[in-house]
Design a protein around this ligand. Structure first.
Ligand SMILES: [Mn+2]
Length: 390
């Protein structure tokens, strides 16, 4: 059995004010679908976070519809689950109908843990689909007799459901688990939404020990956890600047007749990369060698020791899709120099003055009179609320 493992597409993602759906469309239609065809796989597994949010934009739904349809036309089976960003019920839409076309979906966790069984030349392979599950949904689906029992931890909830699922697998059958969870030892990036306050990266990889391969979603950097066959494919694209160093890929999984797994990572190439550049403003603007003009999504770290007004417009000409400027040199120098504005330090300024100064630094222009009026009324409201709550 040869299949592609991917996850965390986050269709409809909004990144620093830009809708990424068009980038996602070009990547999926222009690179992913041809890859599916060339790599001769029998199935595509998407391990959750299909969409970026429970109610995704229409363009994102259209895109997923188009990709699914093309995969079915290419006679490839598709298996997908809901992640923590998805609405479980909406992801589950049409699941019984879709199964007739070879598209297998688990949106909500149900007591029915029967696997999807696909056949290859060596016999059956059981795919067990575990949509995103938190302790509350597990206790809802499998109520305990003892109501007074303490609430399960994430780890206990996963162990409970997976042990149960193992029992319904045909004996001796090769098996693949598909899940959306945070496993102990996994490395986070800046673009996952935490599963729970205080973190819940405590599901031990060993709960998946019985499976020949575990296709995981949730963590956005590609990585194995515990052993090579328990794996996060990583997200479709870079969704935060701290992922800039790691290129995205999908995993091609080859499961032989004995259940042994061969893995191959195939890199993805979106039309615009997410990158960080760092340097002095004048260099970044003029040095074509070190800083070539680019359409990429950039975070620009300026090392200048003095703030320069109006950098945004000039940077925009060379880097039309840059997203963020930070003043790295300023914070280093600011340690021993109090920030002043019209000759006064921050401590001696009013909130309105401080905000006006911040606004000017960010946009390069001062607040207009009517903007100052709006600001004043907001501040008044905030101060009033603060007084009432005291
Ligand atoms: Mn995700």
């Amino acid at each position: 059995m040869r299949f592609i493992h991917t996850a965390d597409w986050h269709l409809g993602r909004y990144f620093h004010g830009v809708h990424l759906t068009e980038d996602q469309r070009q990547l999926l239609l222009g690179e992913f679908l041809p890859l599916v065809k060339e790599s001769n796989v029998e199935a595509v597994v998407i391990a959750g976070d299909i969409y970026d949010r429970g109610v995704p934009p229409v363009e994102a739904v259209d895109l997923f519809n188009e990709v699914l349809t093309k995969l079915v036309e290419q006679r490839v089976k598709v298996l997908y689950i809901a992640g923590n960003h998805d609405s479980a019920a909406r992801i589950g839409f049409g699941s019984q109908l879709f199964a007739r076309s070879g598209v297998y979906v688990r949106g909500e966790l149900t007591a029915d843990l029967a696997p999807v069984v696909l056949e290859d030349a060596y016999g059956p392979v059981a795919f067990q689909l575990f949509p995103y599950m938190d302790p509350a949904s597990v206790s809802n689906v499998f109520p305990k007799e003892d109501e007074a029992a303490p609430r399960m931890s994430y780890a206990a909830a996963h162990r409970f459901v997976i042990e149960r699922a193992r029992k319904v697998l045909p004996h001796g059958c090769r098996s693949v688990a598909v899940a959306h969870a945070f496993l102990a030892g996994g490395q986070e990036s800046d673009s996952e939404r935490p599963l729970a306050v205080g973190g819940s990266g405590n599901v031990p990889p060993a709960v998946f020990a019985g499976y020949n391969y575990t296709a995981l979603g949730h963590l956005h950097n590609p990585q194995a956890v515990g052993r090579a066959q328990v794996r996060y494919s990583g997200s479709l694209m870079k969704y935060s600047f701290n992922e800039a160093q790691t290129d995205k890929s999908v995993s091609i999984v080859e499961l032989d007749g004995a259940g042994e797994v061969q893995l191959e990572q195939v890199a993805l190439h979106p039309r615009r990369d997410v990158r960080r550049i760092r340097g002095a403003f004048a260099d970044i603007l003029q040095d074509e060698q070190a800083y070539p003009a680019s359409q990429d999504y950039l975070e620009i770290e300026l090392t200048d020791q003095r703030r320069i007004l109006g950098v945004q417009d000039q940077l925009r000409e060379k880097f039309p899709n840059f997203m963020h400027v930070s003043w790295a040199g300023l914070s280093e120098a600011a340690e021993d120099r109090p920030v002043t504005y019209h000759g006064r330090t921050a401590q001696s300024q009013s909130d309105a003055e401080l905000f006006g100064q911040f606004y000017e630094q960010m946009t390069g222009r001062a607040l207009a009179a009517e903007e100052q009026a709006v600001l004043a009324s907001c501040l008044k409201e905030i101060q009033q609320e603060a007084r009432e709550n005291r």
